[in-house]
Design a protein around this ligand. Structure first.
Ligand SMILES: Cc1cc2nc3c(=O)[nH]c(=O)nc-3n(C[C@H](O)[C@H](O)[C@H](O)COP(=O)(O)OP(=O)(O)OC[C@H]3O[C@@H](n4cnc5c(N)ncnc54)[C@H](O)[C@@H]3O)c2cc1C
Length: 355
């Protein structure tokens, strides 16, 4: 059976980002790589959005960039602007195509469906695949989105709506998210934060139809694309060792309070490639202990007081635009952290801290 220097298990966002980073940094000229991916075909399945707080490799896969966004509750509305950190959306279809067409040109890279097809005994393995069972007490961000095209120009494509809490909350946290790609095309998502136990809140089609018709006032539209998913708001238990390194969501690259993962994956890939020759000796990459700690408290409040969360989220956005963006993108300094913390209700957070 064939042996490889490197094996990447899972050719999704993290696996392909890492392979691409290895390739463009010429780490695969004299080394071999096997990518193990079970899917039959690559097509657009996700829209990855984030604030561009540093340059990344996929500018040519960006559907749209915005400098303005809003958040609102039933009673209040807030608008933010940032020239420095635009919000970007990436088309996963373009991303897969760009990377795969580059990787297939290198004969040192091979693709397999199953790890059993090769000998992995002496390889350095990167894996984005977890086998963890679902635990009922864990929180998830779960959602469905549709990209709609309208007959008339309806959207203001200069400004996206990050969170619209003016919707049914039940006993969870719920908001809609609208990304206007043009004046007549937008991705609209219904997003819930819950433990995935309540089937009643998963009638996403009805929620989207109702929101598009009654809140956005759109009668005539067609659906071009649909995406559905759930992002774990907890860290999977994993053990990196000399021979296996976890990447992507399985490697703790999701920011727990927000679900943002894409840009963290890019940073992790760079870190691995920069240190590839001494990877077993360096410290494990993480998003930062302070965010881990603050997000855990934040999620505890969210679980205990879901009804208070629309206001808490909204109040956090009272901070200056670049401060809140840096905080949510794990790039804030201590003064910016204090600014954000000063916006949240102290008592329930202190209680959560000591519970
Ligand atoms: C619909 C959706 C939208 C998202 N939107 C955003 C966003 O806007 N911004 C953001 O920052 N994050 C977003 N995320 C979160 C995160 O960025 C994505 O989940 C991202 O794809 C995570 O990358 P990954 O490589 O860890 O997992 P994946 O991209 O899911 O890759 C894992 C790969 O492993 C393969 N696989 C699984 N089991 C096996 C096996 N046994 N053998 C071989 N291969 C296997 C799968 O087919 C898949 O290709 C979104 C997630 C979803 C689900």
């Amino acid at each position: 059976m064939r042996e490889f220097d490197f094996i990447i298990i899972g050719g999704g966002c993290a696996g392909l980002s890492l392979a691409y980073e290895l390739e463009i940094n010429k780490k695969l000229e004299n080394k071999t790589l096997a990518i193990i991916e079970q899917r039959e075909e690559y097509k657009r399945d996700k829209t990855w959005s984030f604030w561009k707080v540093f340059d990344h490799n996929f500018e040519d896969c960006v559907i749209k960039s915005w400098n303005n966004f809003t958040v609102n509750t039933l009673e209040n509305y807030r608008e933010h602007s940032s020239e420095k950190f635009p919000y970007q959306s990436i088309d996963s279809g373009k991303f897969y195509k760009k990377i795969n067409s580059k990787l297939t040109k290198n004969s040192n890279i091979s693709f397999f469906k199953n790890l059993r097809e090769i000998n992995s005994e002496n390889s350095l393995i990167f894996t984005s695949v977890t086998t963890k069972e679902r635990n009922q007490s864990e929180l998830w961000q779960h959602f469905q989105g549709v990209e709609i095209e309208t007959t008339k120009d309806i959207f203001d494509d200069k400004i996206l709506n990050l969170m619209d809490f003016n919707c049914e909350q039940k006993k969870y946290v719920h908001f809609f998210y609208t990304l206007p790609f043009s004046k007549n095309r937008a991705l609209i998502e219904t997003t819930w934060l819950s433990n995935l136990e309540d089937q009643e809140i998963m009638d996403y089609d009805r929620q989207l139809q109702d929101y598009i018709k009654n809140t956005l006032g759109i009668k005539n539209y067609k659906i071009n694309f649909s995406e559905k998913g759930s992002i774990p708001l907890f860290y999977p238990s994993f053990l990196n060792n000399n021979k296996t390194i976890h990447i992507g969501s399985a490697g703790g690259m999701t920011r727990l309070s927000t679900g943002y993962t894409f840009l963290n994956i890019q940073e992790h890939s760079r870190y691995i490639v920069k240190n590839i020759d001494k990877i077993e000796k360096i410290k494990m990459f993480n998003l930062g202990k302070k965010y881990h700690y603050l997000d855990k408290i934040f999620l505890k409040v969210l679980e205990n007081h879901p009804e208070k969360m629309p206001k808490i989220f909204f109040d956090m956005f009272e901070a200056p635009s670049n401060t809140i963006i840096k905080f949510l993108s794990n790039k804030s300094n201590i003064f910016e952290d204090i600014n954000i913390i000063s916006k949240i209700p102290k008592l329930i957070f202190i209680k959560a801290l000591f519970n």
